[in-house]
Design a protein around this ligand. Structure first.
Ligand code: G4P
Length: 287
């Protein structure tokens, strides 16, 4: 699938992040809970090595509760600290503070041994576009925060948001790009609406979504669209959806493109239900 991206922007963003990351103790990485792997940047582990790491499963309100727990355990097993959140409503945000302390316990302990007390943890938020970084910074920082000015020498040109005595956040998030070259990743990003629709074939995308829905969420599909019957053929289900919602073209025949737009829209708005689109490898095909 053809996804547009700009190498110039990517190189610049990566360079900025390499600089910013030197100033911080903790990387707060946002991923989309519906596609926790596809919404990660392939370079982040290299960029964030030697830093404390916290992964936030954002938009967890749109993903399956059961799989949120599965993904949480998956990342924890790999050594990350993890919190499920909804940056928009604020759900889960409070739990972050305790995890930050745990993730940075070595640094805090080191400071204490050197007689440095109450030096806040410095953190930056990173993630691919549209994952919820700005929403998160606003919610996490809230009204209580005060912006600290530039600190000569150390934080030249950077704005820090002081959340409380324990944590300071760089006010601009690091933006990194997903693994676009992997077509599966491209489709999943398109499904959650992170890639503009015009550059992708809507019917094909709807069929890709239907394949996942029929395999894992058939009950929800039947519930939402009356008359949908199980079949291996995704396009047939799209036709059933067109019938169920009376998506008609001018000549009176069923309009698959209209049905595809409706399905994608309802999925993205969480109307079909809470849906996770990818699963840890060991579960792929095994369920
Ligand atoms: P970015 O900085 O990483 O690019 O992302 P941004 O915060 O702009 O968020 C992208 C979209 O995701 C926004 O929707 C935002 O409201 C939504 N969003 C962020 N976090 C959550 C979450 O936890 N749950 C849900 N359901 N949505 C979330 P938008 O369509 O651009 O704006 P709007 O619909 O909020 O007006």
């Amino acid at each position: 699938m053809n996804v547009q991206w700009y190498p110039g922007h990517m190189i610049k963003a990566k360079r900025t992040m390499q600089e910013d990351i030197k100033l911080i103790d903790l990387v707060i990485e946002l991923v989309d809970a519906r596609i926790p792997l596809s919404s990660r940047n392939p370079d982040i582990d290299e960029l964030g090595k030697n830093k404390a790491r916290l992964i936030l499963l954002n938009k967890s309100d749109l993903a399956s509760e059961k799989f949120n727990a599965v993904w949480e355990a998956y990342f924890q097993e790999k050594g990350y600290y993890v919190v499920k959140i909804n940056a928009k409503s604020g759900a889960g945000i409070k739990a972050i503070h305790a995890e930050v302390q745990k993730a940075c316990k070595d640094k805090i302990e080191r400071d204490r041994r050197r007689g440095i007390l109450n030096r806040p943890v410095r953190a930056m938020v990173v993630g691919i576009p549209n994952v919820g970084k700005s929403t998160f910074i606003n919610t996490f920082a809230g009204k209580a925060c005060t912006k600290t000015g530039n600190k000569p020498g150390v934080t030249k040109g950077k704005q820090w948001i002081r959340l409380n005595k324990n944590i300071e956040l760089l006010d601009t998030p690091g933006i990194l790009w997903p693994k676009f070259e992997d077509p599966e990743v491209g489709v999943r990003l398109a499904l959650i609406g992170s890639v503009r629709d015009e550059i992708l074939n809507r019917t094909e995308m709807a069929c890709a979504l239907i394949s996942i829905l029929t395999e894992h969420y058939m009950g929800m599909l039947k519930e939402r669209y009356e008359g949908v019957e199980e079949t291996e053929k995704a396009e047939e289900i799209l036709l059933q959806i067109a019938k169920s919602r009376a998506c008609l073209a001018k000549g009176g025949e069923y309009d698959l493109d209209k049905a595809a737009a409706l399905l994608l829209d309802e999925f993205r708005n969480g109307k079909i239900g809470r849906i996770t689109l990818e699963f840890p490898e060991k579960m792929e095909g095994g369920r």
